[in-house]
Design a protein around this ligand. Structure first.
Ligand SMILES: *[C@@H]1O[C@H](CO)[C@@H](O)[C@H](O)[C@H]1NC(C)=O
Ligand SMILES: *[C@@H]1O[C@H](CO)[C@@H](O)[C@H](O)[C@H]1NC(C)=O
Ligand SMILES: *[C@@H]1O[C@H](CO)[C@@H](O)[C@H](O)[C@H]1NC(C)=O
Ligand SMILES: *[C@@H]1O[C@H](CO)[C@@H](O)[C@H](O)[C@H]1NC(C)=O
Ligand SMILES: *[C@@H]1O[C@H](CO)[C@@H](O)[C@H](O)[C@H]1NC(C)=O
Length: 474
């Protein structure tokens, strides 16, 4: 043993001359010094960032032009922090040396030491990974099975449970369009044993308009519905409802589970009012349903339409964000912020503007994102904490501009900073993804229905424990 270890020692002695041994002492020290230096550069160059609001809102900012300008002038790889880091907004016109340095140090720290994760440089692709999505989608389309809870023929509330037999119209059509499409699709199975998910087909919008239930009766109805299926079928108890879902577009849906609180912690909510903020929606468990005002056919002249206006918004003044927008931009000639109904046709503004502003109202969601995409207008998202539809599939930065509420006063600067080439990129991606924000009867591949099914499929895969009565007390 002694011999072999001394042999190793000898080899070490021979293979590594004395100068090299010194190197082993020097290496950790030099690494430590380099790290310190880099941290110093990082702190000194980002000191002004930390003083402003932008740090808390980094992920909300989308300023492709800003990043690209900086990228060209500095010849550095683009780094994840593309925020407006300056309250006096000089940065928009002339990215300062400080900003570039700060990016340089962030890049170094991020890449060498892995201190900053995420590679957010890819703002040109409409999909995070189109190939994987396509593969997954095909798998979903082939295998996903949904069991729809039946109801008796003489159920007095069949109207709430059945899909509508007329066309779905208006602002909250998504809920009923989904049910209609699902019930006629190949995803439905009569065999609960092969089902991945269980659909509770009550419609929030039908309850709202049924005088026997009304808005106030929704929580009781849902509570009764769940206790009925819990007693009658064994499926709920296997997972506590974790493989069950319901669908709602109107935000009133968020009170649906008020009296079934524990159930709400488990069921998958496919809803339009998807926000990270209030307690009713849980991102990752729940999924965002796009709010889409159904518009038939294709609008004409999407690419050739004369988009003379920079940005457009029209709608009711029902939220602080909308009031803030009005305060700044109500008389502007390039940003047209109109409150109330337009005298001219709505679509003319969508076709005549480069950017169409989606502003949070009572809720984060409105049908304007889908409208903007439909008319080839690049959406501006002014709705903090909106869990945007299909955000795990679509790269929203490639076809929209996400702006924090606090940046309303610099909205024009942000938009003017977007070059014609960038706008063309945003718009062509908007046209690429708009098929995902449309409903069809019958549904077609990759439309809002199939995308929503895909989101549900992503949330399947619960292992179910089959309880026998004696085991329940263990
Ligand atoms: C970021 O992603 C792009 C595109 O996938 C790749 O080309 C680039 O090398 C990545 N950059 C870093 C710093 O990882
Ligand atoms: C999805 O399934 C339907 C019905 O089986 C089929 O007609 C359609 O081609 C499939 N789509 C894709 C993209 O696999
Ligand atoms: C629950 O079951 C009871 C008794 O069968 C029935 O009267 C009631 O309408 C059901 N409620 C719901 C919401 O399905
Ligand atoms: C499910 O669990 C509840 C509460 O423990 C129980 O009352 C009910 O009978 C169970 N349902 C079935 C079908 O066993
Ligand atoms: C817009 O014009 C109206 C009428 O002249 C004026 O009362 C209002 O203060 C103006 N708003 C802004 C933000 O300048």
């Amino acid at each position: 043993m002694g011999q072999s270890s001394s042999l190793v020692y000898q080899i070490f002695q021979h293979r590594f001359p004395a100068t090299f041994k010194g190197f082993f002492y020097f290496l950790p020290i030099s690494l430590a010094l380099t790290t310190l230096l880099l941290i110093f550069i990082y702190i000194s160059t980002t000191a002004n960032v930390t003083k402003t609001h932008s740090q808390t809102t980094l992920y909300l900012q989308t300023l492709p032009s800003l990043i690209n300008n900086i990228d060209q002038t500095s010849n550095l790889p683009i780094v994840p922090f593309e925020d407006n880091e300056d309250d006096n907004d000089n940065l928009f016109a002339d990215p300062s040396r400080t900003a570039r340095l700060s990016r340089a140090s962030q890049w170094l720290l991020g890449n060498i030491f892995g201190l900053i994760d995420g590679n957010d440089t890819n703002n040109k692709e409409a999909y995070h990974d189109g190939d994987i999505f396509l593969q997954d989608y095909k798998q979903m389309n082939k295998s996903l099975k949904i069991y729809v809870y039946p109801h008796s023929k003489d159920d007095p509330f069949a109207n709430v449970l059945l899909p509508p037999d007329t066309d779905c119209k208006g602002n909250y059509a998504s809920e009923l369009m989904f049910k209609k499409a699902l019930m006629e699709s190949h995803f439905v199975t009569k065999d609960p044993n092969e089902a991945h998910l269980f659909y509770m087909p009550f419609s929030i919008s039908s309850m709202r308009s049924d005088p026997r239930i009304d808005v106030h009766g929704i929580p009781d109805f849902v509570q009764n519905y769940i206790s009925n299926i819990t007693l009658k079928y064994p499926y709920w108890n296997r997972t506590g409802g974790a493989d069950h879902f319901y669908v709602a577009c109107h935000s009133i849906g968020k009170i649906a589970f008020k009296k079934a609180f524990v159930a709400r912690l488990n069921v998958i909510q496919l809803v339009c009012s998807s926000t990270y903020f209030p307690s009713s929606y849980l991102p990752h468990k729940d999924a965002s349903l796009p709010q889409v005002w159904p518009r038939g056919g294709d609008p004409p002249n999407l690419l050739t339409s004369q988009r003379k206006r920079l940005a457009f918004f029209a709608g009711a003044v029902n939220s602080p964000v909308r009031i803030a927008l009005l305060k700044v931009w109500e008389n502007d000639t390039e940003i047209f912020a109109h409150f109330g109904r337009l005298n001219t046709p709505y679509y003319e503004q969508f076709l005549g503007s480069k950017f169409c502003i989606h502003v949070k109202g009572f809720e984060v969601n409105t049908a304007r994102v889908a409208d903007a995409l439909f008319y080839g207008c690049v959406p501006i998202i002014l709705a903090n904490h909106y869990d945007l539809p299909f955000t795990d599939i679509l790269n929203w930065k490639s076809f929209s501009v996400v702006v924090h509420h606090i940046d309303i006063p610099v909205l024009k600067k942000i938009l003017q900073g977007i070059s014609n080439e960038e706008f063309a990129m945003l718009q062509s991606n908007a046209l690429r993804v708009r098929k995902h924000f449309q409903w069809h009867t019958p549904p077609i591949d990759f439309d809002a229905f199939h995308m929503s099914m895909y989101e549900l499929w992503k949330r399947r895969g619960v292992v179910r424990v089959r309880l026998t009565p004696s085991m329940e007390f263990m």
